[in-house]
Design a protein around this ligand. Structure first.
Ligand code: FMN
Length: 359
């Protein structure tokens, strides 16, 4: 089962990326400990300004950049030799700045979702060792990105994450009416992306399956189906080291399958979440009658005044433990959570020490 994962210049003992989870659900602690245990640890960059000592209510973008630099430094304090990267949402207004700050602060990978990162290689041109990894949910998206990157930058992705909209947590790259119809075939997409690079470009690009991987059996299945590795989010929320408040983790432990569903985010994308308190979230922002303070997303119905609910603040409140008016994103497997493990426990279950290769 043990199979190293190499992405660009970076290599880890286990074929596992911990998915970026905003807002501050995968901060320095979770990412640092995943890296320490032999996986790739990812800090979600979305909304880091909020809840940081740098934010004074007016300087969102400057604080966001500084909070990201702090977060990367603290993650490397935990795992100085580890492979630590960032997750950047293409949909945020300061995407370019956050990508550049990530490179400067030592991120080894940049994983990009919530949009197609067409300009990414241009932004990182001075940091050729930083691995560039788009998240897609279709072969077509992988083709579009690769054609653009080849034409404009003569660069290939260092890996591609294929995220399954039927199971993954957070914002999803598919129309809501197409989610859960049974039409989507995760591993056909994984194999299709892999074949595209091999046949069209003669490149062996690692393809990572994200969504719905909970235990060793799921991991083995993903590898057997042709994935080079997996990206896991939900399982890592219920770890001691996850950066969210304990009540966020308890919400996973207490929820049932029926509590998990889709919401429509003001960012214009569907998202998977524990959906029971959506009306309370809306009502809170209606009562507060506040306007968008930061303009953190390029396109946002809250910013435009059509939707009285700010997604980034709602996620931030949940991370801090407000289960009444906070939005708890989760993958479809959250109901499986029964207890809080350590990151080491998760790695030992997925990759039993008795079966690990020496060295
Ligand atoms: C709480 C939560 C927050 C998330 N936030 C982000 C995010 O900010 N950016 C992103 O690209 N993906 C985000 N995701 C998706 C994960 O990175 C991951 O790809 C996905 O959840 C994998 O599926 P799994 O949760 O079934 O393991 C989030 C997922 C969760 C559960």
């Amino acid at each position: 089962m043990q199979k190293r994962l190499t992405i660009g210049k970076h290599s880890v003992p286990f074929p596992l990326i911990q998915g970026g989870m905003g807002v501050r659900v995968s901060g320095h602690r979770l990412a640092g400990h995943v890296a320490l245990n032999g996986g790739i640890g990812i800090i979600a960059t979305a909304g880091l300004a909020l809840n940081s000592e740098h934010y004074d209510g007016k300087n969102f973008f400057a604080a966001d950049r500084q909070a990201l630099i702090d977060e990367l430094r603290k993650a490397y304090d935990i795992a100085p030799e580890g492979v630590i990267g960032v997750n950047c949402m293409v949909a945020v207004s300061n995407f370019d700045d956050i990508v550049k700050a990530s490179c400067e602060a030592g991120a080894k990978l940049i994983i990009c979702g919530a949009g197609l990162p067409m300009s990414l290689p241009g932004l990182t041109v001075d940091y050729p060792d930083v691995a560039l990894v788009p998240i897609v949910s279709s072969i077509k998206a992988a083709e579009l990105i690769t054609r653009k990157w080849q034409k404009s930058f003569q660069r290939f992705p260092d890996a591609v994450v294929v995220e399954d909209p039927d199971t993954a947590g957070g914002h999803l790259g598919e129309k809501p009416e197409k989610i859960g119809t049974g039409e989507y075939d995760q591993y056909a997409t994984v194999r299709g992306v892999k074949a595209y690079f091999k046949e069209k470009w003669q490149q062996d690009i690692p393809v990572i399956a994200a969504g719905g991987v909970w235990d060793r059996q799921d991991l083995q299945y993903a590898l057997d189906q042709g994935a080079d590795g997996v990206q896991m989010g939900t399982r890592f929320v219920v770890t001691e080291e996850c950066d969210a408040a304990d009540s966020f983790k308890q919400a996973y432990i207490q929820c049932g399958k029926e509590d998990i569903g889709l919401i429509m985010s003001p960012a214009g994308l569907p998202g998977r979440a524990i959906k029971g308190n959506l009306e309370q979230i809306r009502q809170r922002d209606l009562d507060a009658n506040q306007r968008c303070p930061s303009g953190c997303l390029k396109k946002c119905a809250y910013k435009a005044g059509q939707e009285r609910f700010c997604i980034v603040h709602a996620l931030d409140r949940a991370q801090k433990g407000d289960m009444q008016t906070g939005l708890v994103f989760c993958g479809s497997n959250a109901w499986k959570a029964e207890r809080i493990d350590t990151v080491k426990d998760v790695f030992e279950e997925l990759f039993p020490p008795t079966e690990r290769d020496a060295g």
